[in-house]
Write a protein that binds this ligand. Sequence first.
Ligand SMILES: [Zn+2]
Length: 154
Amino acid sequence: MSLFSRFFKKPTQECPRCLGKGNVDWEDIKRLKKELKWLPAKCAYCNGVGKIHSTNASKSLAENTYLSIDLTNSERNKLLKSKDDALNRSKLYDEFLDEMIMEIEHYYFVDKMSIEEIVEELSKPTDDLRIFTIDEKALKEYAAKVIDFKSKLR
Ligand SMILES: [Zn+2]
């Protein structure tokens, strides 16, 4: 046993997000109800390993929308250590997405607005300081995705 081996213990617990595959597919996305929040990709919880350290195991982290492969390594590590500032950003991120999904749904199904009108409405500057931004092209694609998904539920 090398001097550092105890610091680099291999993770042993099956990753609750990807169920040990190392990547998140549509099955996992449906199971965790993240259809409008994630795309299939390498699993950000276990970092593609399929296993996690039991000390990091948490149901809320497995379901944490913000914990995605788009995060920087330092932000990911902060989340895994449940640092308050990172947890706060993850909460704001989820609220930001939930609010946007609700607005798109309302504008489309209740106000009968077109996707172009919705994108214009959502692109208007708001009073609150949004810490997350999304460009117009991505917003348009996202609005179409939300409408498609919500149409199937109606
Ligand atoms: Zn995983």
